[in-house]
Design a protein around this ligand. Structure first.
Ligand SMILES: NC(=O)c1ccc[n+]([C@@H]2O[C@H](COP(=O)([O-])OP(=O)(O)OC[C@H]3O[C@@H](n4cnc5c(N)ncnc54)[C@H](OP(=O)(O)O)[C@@H]3O)[C@@H](O)[C@H]2O)c1
Length: 342
């Protein structure tokens, strides 16, 4: 059946300026890390993407290695672009990234110019797109001169493969260095993609959030729901089919009795605000305007609808914020800690 986008799609979404640039991003964006590989039915992917676009989510985030298998999320997204979304490219911001392992041998990961440019070309081919809106260095490479990695991003933009350059999981100091190199090259680094949520606040302790403000860069927070922990999903244990049962990135060992008790307390606080826990978690990420967009994942279209409902109340009282801090002592759930501390 032909997809016809909702006429109301721009009525409720909030669009935030990405730092001091001309680009606006939706306050909620959708990522395709999970649930867009070959293990998910095509109709589910279509339903999630249709719902997102109908609700004003104009930004879709992919990476070379999303699947499984690696690359299949880009292929699936490309197919839906060619069919359902074929006349809508100019209403969308589509990003991809390179940094993690993608193919064998010395040129299939990290930050060399050889890898970044080849990977970007592969990603364009898989998606069938002429260009990405944003292309990221997915992680800092301690063994490649930063000038080379940033030079590759500059080349990717100048050659028309992407419109903007971004970095992901770079710490505050590396972000300053990367931004300075790109500025000198004439291709500003417009966005940083860090992990950030109520349970993982490294962007605050590292000073990254402040740095981004100073540099005029935008930011898009990934795993804002701590991979589903900050939703109603795990309040009574671990349900079948949830990410924690799939042997993927959410290790069920983090869902200790103590953690689940804390999540239930956060859920009570969310209910008192008239929100679901997912909605409160997203509102918290967006609470002070320091983050341009919260980058969610979803396994069902209803989850996207619930998440966008967060925008109805993004403000917190000082007492609510203090209570969230009290309940949610930081937990060791930052899978990207190594990359962001290099
Ligand atoms: N730059 C990087 O290094 C990096 C790393 C990781 C992720 N990312 C980006 O961030 C995106 C989001 O990551 P993520 O999927 O881990 O984010 P997340 O939003 O923290 O977690 C998404 C998961 O939470 C559950 N969920 C979402 N909404 C829900 C709701 N309203 N009610 C109940 N459960 C809900 C679903 O779990 P179930 O699947 O169990 O239903 C969903 O798959 C990725 O797709 C990717 O684009 C970037």
């Amino acid at each position: 059946m032909t997809y016809i986008p909702a006429e109301t799609r721009y009525d409720q979404m909030i669009y935030n300026r990405c730092g001091k640039t001309g680009l606006k991003l939706p306050a909620i964006s959708l990522g395709l890390w999970h649930n867009f590989g070959d293990d998910t039915p095509h109709q589910t992917k279509q339903a999630i993407l249709h719902t997102a676009f109908d609700l004003g989510i104009t930004h879709f985030d992919i990476a070379n290695n999303y699947g499984p298998p690696a690359g299949s999320a880009e292929t699936a997204f490309g197919e839906i672009m060619r069919t359902d979304f074929k006349d809508l490219r100019d209403e969308m911001i589509i990003s991809s990234k390179a940094g993690y392992h993608m193919w064998n041998g010395p040129y299939g990961e990290w930050g060399s110019r050889k890898y970044l440019v080849a990977s970007c070309d592969q990603s364009l081919k898989r998606t069938g797109l002429d260009y990405f809106d944003i292309f990221y260095s997915h992680r800092f490479d301690p063994d490649t001169p930063l000038e080379e990695t940033m030079g590759a991003l500059d080349y990717i933009v100048r050659s028309g493969r992407a419109l903007y350059a971004g970095i992901s999981s770079y710490n505050s100091q590396r972000t300053r260095e990367a931004a300075a190199i790109l500025k000198d090259l004439g291709t500003p680094c417009i966005i940083h993609q860090p992990s950030y949520n109520i349970l993982n606040r490294w962007v605050e302790t590292d000073g990254l959030k402040e740095t981004l403000g100073e540099l005029g860069m935008g930011s898009i927070a990934f795993v804002p729901l701590a991979q589903g922990m900050l939703t109603n999903k795990y309040l009574k244990g671990i349900p079948t089919g949830s990410r924690a049962t799939q042997g993927k990135s959410l290790d069920p060992v983090v869902l200790t009795d103590h953690a689940v008790a804390s999540l239930n307390k956060l859920n009570d606080l969310a209910a008192a605000r008239g929100q679901t826990l997912a909605q409160m978690a997203l509102a918290w990420v967006l609470r002070d305007g320091g983050i341009t967009s919260a980058l969610i994942g979803a396994s069902k279209p209803e989850q996207v609808t619930d998440c966008v409902g967060a925008l109805a109340n993004l403000s917190f009282t000082a007492a609510e914020l203090a209570e969230i801090d009290r309940i949610s002592l930081e937990r060791d759930i930052n899978l990207w800690a190594k990359s962001s501390s290099d």
